[in-house]
Design a binder for this molecule. Structure first.
Ligand code: C2E
Ligand code: MG
Ligand code: MG
Ligand code: MG
Length: 282
């Protein structure tokens, strides 16, 4: 009987898996032409100063505009792109797209802010990032301070020797680097000493529990205190309400990013936000 049950379970799951796989295969097939068809785009989400609420930076987040399915989240297609090797081309496209956008905003007379690009582990392992960045910055005539990179804690842990070397080079180039999704990789802050980065982003999973008085909340404040000892700027991701913002500000968090301050938005909308801020301060 157990055997029968086992077999039934197997059939049940295999049917489910094959439907999921078919959907994925169809999606992956379309993904191959996405870049050439101009279907990739970037949305921009503000990072604000914790004390003043002013926009001080932004993060570029990739979307795929599929002709039938509409906007597809990076959580769905980045893992596929990592598996099939497209991530290198996508990642390079994102860096160049941010540079082109910054150049366009500068040419329009806007006071721009540094914009961060996410780098995937596969891309980091395979590409000569400093070289690619140098070319992109030169092509668009941008100061390196206008481009930032976000590397996840797990990426650094998996590639620590190479990461330390690449980060040294980036520092010499004056390209800023943030550790993304911090707190999820179980690395200690002292371990991070070997990586010359400028800021650290507390993962949303900690931030969203603030107000619930659990262990993760105390962890969030411990991360802030320790990061400051390493002279890192601390950014909280996924700040959605005032309770979280107040708690984080009280514990010395430097910057906020989250729906409370602005969703990821089109380049046009973010450009308008920059213009508004400029008018307000004029
Ligand atoms: P991430 O770099 O940690 O980006 C933060 C994610 O949190 C974004 O999801 C953002 O939209 C979302 N978020 C921001 N504020 C809030 C909030 O207040 N509440 C909630 N619930 N979510 C918030 P998104 O845009 O779906 O991106 C997901 C992940 O995909 C990113 O996580 C990043 O790891 C990856 N990704 C996005 N763009 C790129 C890219 O150009 N290249 C690579 N390699 N990965 C990317
Ligand atoms: Mg990020
Ligand atoms: Mg993050
Ligand atoms: Mg994340």
């Amino acid at each position: 009987r157990a055997k029968e049950e086992g077999r039934n379970t197997f059939c049940y799951f295999s049917a489910e898996i094959s439907t999921a796989t078919l959907g994925e295969l169809l999606l992956e097939n379309d993904l191959f032409g996405a870049l050439e068809r101009g279907e990739l785009l970037l949305h921009y989400q503000p990072k604000v100063d914790a004390a003043s609420g002013e926009i001080v930076a932004a993060e570029a987040l990739m979307r795929w505009h599929h002709r039938e399915r509409g906007l597809i989240s990076p959580e769905q297609f980045i893992p596929l792109a990592e598996e099939n090797g497209l991530i290198n081309a996508f990642g390079e496209w994102a860096i160049r797209a941010v540079c082109a956008q910054q150049r366009a905003w500068l040419d329009a007379g806007l006071l721009v802010v540094p914009v961060a690009v996410n780098i995937s582990a596969h891309q980091f392992a395979q590409q000569d990032l400093p070289n690619m960045l140098a070319h992109a910055l030169a092509e668009y005539g941008l100061p390196p301070q206008l481009l930032e990179l976000e590397l996840t804690e797990s990426l650094l842990m998996r590639n620590s020797a190479r990461a330390a070397a690449v980060l040294q080079t980036l520092r010499r180039m004056h390209v800023q680097v943030a550790i993304d999704d911090f707190g999820t990789g179980y690395s200690s802050l002292s371990y991070l000493r070997q990586f010359p980065v400028q800021s650290l982003k507390i993962d949303r999973s900690f931030v969203c529990q603030i107000g619930e008085h659990g262990e993760p909340v105390r962890l969030a404040s411990a991360i802030i205190a320790m990061a400051h000892e390493l002279d890192l700027t601390v950014i909280a991701e996924g700040v959605e309400n005032e309770i979280q913002a107040r708690y984080l500000a009280e514990h010395g968090c430097d910057q906020f990013q989250g729906y409370l301050y602005g969703r990821p938005q089109t380049a046009a909308a973010f450009g308008a936000l920059l213009a508004e801020r400029q008018l307000a301060s004029a």
